[in-house]
Design a binder for this molecule. Structure first.
Ligand code: ADP
Ligand code: MG
Length: 281
């Protein structure tokens, strides 16, 4: 069994991680009336990308909804930096936390610029929709390269474009904690890499980025910290090279892994395959 003490990597002493980033203790979360997560602990360092990993049904989306406050959950601790998210009024919490859901309910007829402007609601209230674009709205549109989409209706966008403008809306919200549920799903490889590069930029600017990712290779190559979920619990967390070992990949995903090192970046590269000749195709 992997342990959970690796969230104190040398460059992020536990005290400062706790103070600056996301700390979640004792989360219990339900979906559709069933208790899915029963007492998990995790942390995510500030100004870093944390990948939330785990097989289908492990509880990644449930955990993100719990932290975002969009599904029923209880915590013993839920803090970001010095802020206690549990004690904040809804609007203050929305000033701190943005959540890019997998398939957010969005009116078809809304125009992209209006959608991105909705990101300002927690800060500016109803003033958000009036006057010139807020600089943060412009920034969201610019960083996601959504300029040419700004006057289009949401319904007219492709799946990848919808993901981009939802991210633009979250950027307009200027969150200190950005949660994303599989932000690279359905994107081609170049678009995936651009999304990861954008997340890196946001992290570099000080945002705590937590993204559920399906692709272990992308996580190994781009995340600073990984949290592996299984069966509604946190199985392991820490630096990708420490956590994504052949033993863990076999136990959690049932795959064989050769762990290599990228000669250019020095980062972990995973070569994954089915193990044993007896495994069916
Ligand atoms: P992941 O995002 O890691 O694939 P989820 O958090 O979506 O996992 O799901 C965790 C568990 O919760 C699964 O067993 C799933 O079947 C269940 N679940 C998810 N959504 C609902 C729902 N709306 N109603 C009931 N159960 C759900
Ligand atoms: Mg999910």
């Amino acid at each position: 069994m992997m342990h959970t003490s690796r969230d104190t990597a040398p460059d992020e002493a536990s005290g400062s991680t706790r103070k600056n980033g996301l700390t979640v203790r004792g989360v219990r979360a339900s979906r559709g009336g069933s208790l899915i997560i029963d007492g998990a602990d995790l942390s995510a360092p500030r100004a870093r990308i944390t990948a939330l990993l785990g097989p289908n049904g492990a509880g990644k989306s449930t955990l993100l909804h719990a932290i975002a406050g969009t599904s029923p959950a209880s915590f013993t601790t839920l803090t970001h930096g010095d802020g206690d998210l549990l004690r904040m009024p809804r609007r203050s919490r929305a000033q701190v936390v943005a959540f890019v859901e997998q398939e957010p309910a969005t009116p078809d007829s809304i125009r992209v610029r209006e959608l991105v402007t909705l990101g300002r609601l927690p800060h500016d209230g109803m003033w958000a929709a009036s006057g010139d674009d807020h600089p943060a709205v412009q920034r969201g549109i610019r960083l996601t390269e959504a300029n040419e989409l700004a006057e289009r209706t949401y319904a007219s966008l492709s799946g990848g474009e919808k993901q981009r403008v939802q991210l633009a809306r979250a950027i307009a919200q200027e969150p200190r904690l950005l949660l994303l549920d599989e932000p690279t799903n359905h994107l081609d490889i170049r678009a995936q890499l651009r999304t990861l590069a954008l997340l890196r930029r946001l992290a570099h600017d000080g945002t705590t980025v937590v993204a559920a990712l399906h692709d272990l290779g992308l996580a190994a190559a781009h995340a600073d910290h990984v949290v592996v979920m299984a069966d509604g619990g946190v199985f392991a967390q820490g630096a990708p090279a420490d956590v994504l070992t052949p033993a863990l990949l076999r136990e959690i995903w049932g795959v064989h892994a050769d762990v290599l090192t990228n000669p250019t970046t020095g980062r972990t590269v995973l070569a994954l395959s089915l193990e044993g000749a007896s495994v069916g195709r």
